[in-house]
Design a protein around this ligand. Structure first.
Ligand SMILES: Nc1ncnc2c1ncn2[C@@H]1O[C@H](COP(=O)(O)OP(=O)(O)OP(=O)(O)O)[C@@H](O)[C@H]1O
Ligand SMILES: O=C(O)c1ccc[n+]([C@@H]2O[C@H](COP(=O)([O-])O)[C@@H](O)[C@H]2O)c1
Length: 233
């Protein structure tokens, strides 16, 4: 822990409800994001869940939909759920969208409010490849949602990191602003954006895998079709 995060942690128990931070490419957003996010919000009495679409994913190919389209789909998807918000800070930044930078800017704004970075088991397994990954836990708690087929790490560097910080009681998230890892069961939905893009590219329908307003937008924008999709520049 850095001196700064130790000082913040020392000011606890925290009085404000934790904020969920849900970063993703969201190319497109789907029910596998939305329902688990609502599960966490309600299970943990989060003040809100902030969806943070990345501009330049540091770790994968460029998204198919451009940032404006991914943002538009997110906005459509969460309209009507007042506890969900879209946070555009990564879209406003140039360069790779490193989560450690995002959490540092949120921490600077939020003082000692508990921040909970939400990720699926697949993203958690890839954590050691993230930029300055060990610093993430000095800025936020990590909530790890089990994705169908997903496993928690064991016996390696990430497994040791996980075991050293793992908690079982969600109430502990209120004891300090950052530093714990809580694995959680959520509604298991075997939906991925890759599957949706593949379906649409093959001429299929993505209906019932994502909100109908998002599906209508995908069709209107001719997204994910083989001949018309152009990778973001
Ligand atoms: N069905 C799901 N259940 C639980 N978590 C999910 C699910 N789909 C995505 N997530 C989580 O949401 C976050 C953002 O995911 P992302 O936007 O990359 O969606 P994706 O469906 O995994 O996309 P892609 O198939 O393009 O990789 C990640 O932490 C990921 O683990
Ligand atoms: O900071 C990093 O180095 C980093 C590396 C890989 C992924 N991330 C973030 O993790 C989130 C989920 O990524 P993805 O690929 O599942 O959409 C998204 O917010 C990414 O920006 C961040």
């Amino acid at each position: 822990m850095t001196l700064h995060s130790r000082a913040l942690a020392a000011q606890s128990n925290c009085s404000a409800a934790p904020i969920g931070i849900f970063g993703g490419t969201f190319d497109p957003v789907h029910f596998g994001h939305l329902r688990p996010a609502l599960d966490l919000l309600e299970q943990l009495s989060l003040a809100e869940v902030r969806f943070i679409p990345c501009r330049h994913p540091p770790h994968r190919q460029l998204p198919v939909a451009n940032p404006e389209q991914r943002l538009a789909m997110l906005r459509l998807a969460i309209a009507g759920e007042s506890r969900f918000r879209v946070d555009e800070r990564e879209l406003a930044r140039t360069g790779p969208s490193y989560m450690v930078d995002t959490l540092a800017s949120l921490r600077a704004e939020q003082g000692n409010v508990p921040l909970c970075l939400i990720m699926g088991t697949d993203a958690f397994q890839g954590l050691p490849k993230w930029h300055r990954w060990t610093e993430l836990i000095e800025l936020a708690h990590l909530l790890v949602m089990r994705r169908p087929g997903g496993l928690l790490p064991r016996g390696d560097e990430l497994g040791d990191f996980f075991e050293a910080r793992r908690i079982h009681d969600p109430a502990q998230l209120m004891q300090q602003p950052m530093g714990f890892i809580l694995p959680l069961e959520v509604t298991p939905l075997e939906i991925s954006a890759t599957r949706i893009r593949t379906l649409v590219e093959a001429g299929g329908s993505a209906r019932y895998l994502l909100p109908s307003v998002v599906w209508n937008y995908i069709q209107k924008e001719c997204l994910y079709l083989p001949s018309l999709s152009t990778p973001e520049k």
